[in-house]
Structure formats: C-alpha cells, structure tokens
Design a binder for this molecule. Sequence first.
Ligand SMILES: [Zn+2]
Ligand SMILES: [Zn+2]
Ligand SMILES: [Zn+2]
Length: 341
Amino acid sequence: MERKKTSGAGRMILEKRQRSPLLPDFNLFSLIQRNPGTTAIGRSFCLASGLLYQLTALIKDGLNVREGGERVKLHFLGTAAAEGFPAMFCRCEHCMKARQAGGRDIRTRSSVIIDDILKVDFPPDTLHHVLRDGIDLGLVEDLFITHTHLDHLRAEDLAMRLPVYAHGLDHPLRIYGHDAAVRKCREAFGRPDASRIRLSRIVPFQTVDTGTAKVTALPANHDPDETCLLFFIEKDGKRLFYGHDTGLLPEETWAWLEQTTLDAVILDCTNGNLPFTGGHLNIEAVIGIRNRLRDKGVLAKDATVIATHFSHNIGLLYNDLTNIFDPEQILVAYDGMILNV
Ligand SMILES: [Zn+2]
Ligand SMILES: [Zn+2]
Ligand SMILES: [Zn+2]
C-alpha cells in the first residue's frame, strides 16, 4: 500500500494497492544469509523483529489504516467519460498517447465506491473494476444511480446479482434512481426477489437514510430528457458532493448546497480546456464552482475538490491535468485512486 500526502491539496491521504515503500518486502531468510556470522541470539532477535515488522505491514494493509481519526474511504473505480480514455475505437493522437503511457492515463467509465458498501453508478466496466481492484461487490448495500446514460447504468449486469449468477449473499442490494433509471432496471431484470435486489424511485431533494449514510438527490444540468441527479452524501460525520454528470449547476442545487458544508466535492471535468460546458463542465467551470463554494463558506477547512469524468477529446493526459489543477489545489482523479477524507 502506497500512502503519501498529495502535493497540491496536501491534506488527505492517498492510497494505492501497492507495496508501501515504507514497508518493503522483508525477506528474513536472505537477511540471515547475508550475515553468516549471525549468532543464535541475533537470529532469534531477527526472527522476532522480522515477524513483528511483517505483522505490522499485514495489519496496516488489512485494515487500510486511517490516520487522523474517522475517515470515509472514497475509491474511484472509473474516471472517464462515456467512450473511455483511451476511447474504445479511437485512433486519435490523444488516445494513442494514453495507450502508450498506461498507468493513470488509462481511464474507464465512471463510478465511486464509498467505504466498500455504498456505490454510485454501475457502468459497463464494473466487472473490470472488480477484477482490477479486488472489489467485493457482494458487500455493497446501496447503489445510487445518477442517470441512465450508458456509461453510468449497465442495468443488465445487475441481474448478475440474482440466483444462479451469484451465491453467498446475505443482504439485498438496494438501488435508488429517478424514474428513467428505475424503468431501465425493470426492463433489464424485472421484479426480482427482494432478498437480492430492492429498487426504489427517488426524486430531487429527497433524502434516503440507508442506515450507514444519508443521501440527498439534487438536480443536475445534464440531459433535458431525464431527471439526472447529483448526490449529497453524509456519512460518519463527513459530507460529500457527487457532482457529475452535469453542466453549470442549477440555482436550486446551489441554494441547497449553500446551506451546508462539504468535506469532499467531486466534479465533472469532461470538457477539459475546451471552450464550452453544455451538459458537462470544463476546467474553468470546475474552478469557478470551487471558488463559489469557497466564497460562500460551503467548503470545510480541509475540504478536497476532485475533478473527474474526462473525455479523450480534451487531449490532456494525467500529468497535463495535474499541471493545471495542482496550483488550484484541485485533485485529478485516476482509476483506482483511494482517498480517505
Ligand atoms: Zn457520463
Ligand atoms: Zn481519442
Ligand atoms: Zn451522462
């Protein structure tokens, strides 16, 4: 597990599923071999301290150590717009560069999972996310759907939670979405047994108490043909705003947000530095929203603002984005990024 303070924001802990440079693989056998003069007492000491060292590493890895008190784990499963980045069929120079660069320049369709039990959106890359990051999707209790665009709701795959396809589940998955999302789900898997899936229609400004979090649906400005939702998520004393997909926020959403405080804000940056917003945001608009939240006193003292949902059309790779956003103290999301806020 790699953990470091971020350079720009410098206030949350980043983790990646890698061996920590602070806790490297410890090979006791080779240590003793490299020291042939080691006495029996020395070897015992080595053995004891080595075991303690490995035990500490295992505990830290296993518990996903949270420093500085109660934190909420935000795990970014995908951070691309609908086509992926590199895009599925695209041969443009940006996609070519991203394919060559690999790592943080490989972006899949967007979703976030919070504390392993609350998920936002169910994109077509979900199986890939599960396999890539070792997610136990059977743990997820609540799934909130922002809207029905193909990169946010692959309803057919939710049927994989039904009998024959899934075993060993001990609770239902509760799914929440507006009417178009509910309709798409019904068409995909009908009305399954409530022990497996429970589907609820929600409307803007409705608050759902899941038992582990309170989630309020807020209007987006995205697709005029459906009621696209953004989510205000309150969990373990932390307040998060899941702000995509959307263009410039509706005033009614602003009015609601300005009554609260936020510890983390995730914003749509589909259009990068392209000179338009429409149903999505660009870099200028992300910074503008951050500034208004800050000026209105909505951002908590150590709040984290994160840009995500990037299109290949912007032609900006991860390093290009961090060069732009670091001075603004805005984080650039990447696939697999974990923040403890
Ligand atoms: Zn999208
Ligand atoms: Zn492309
Ligand atoms: Zn969309």
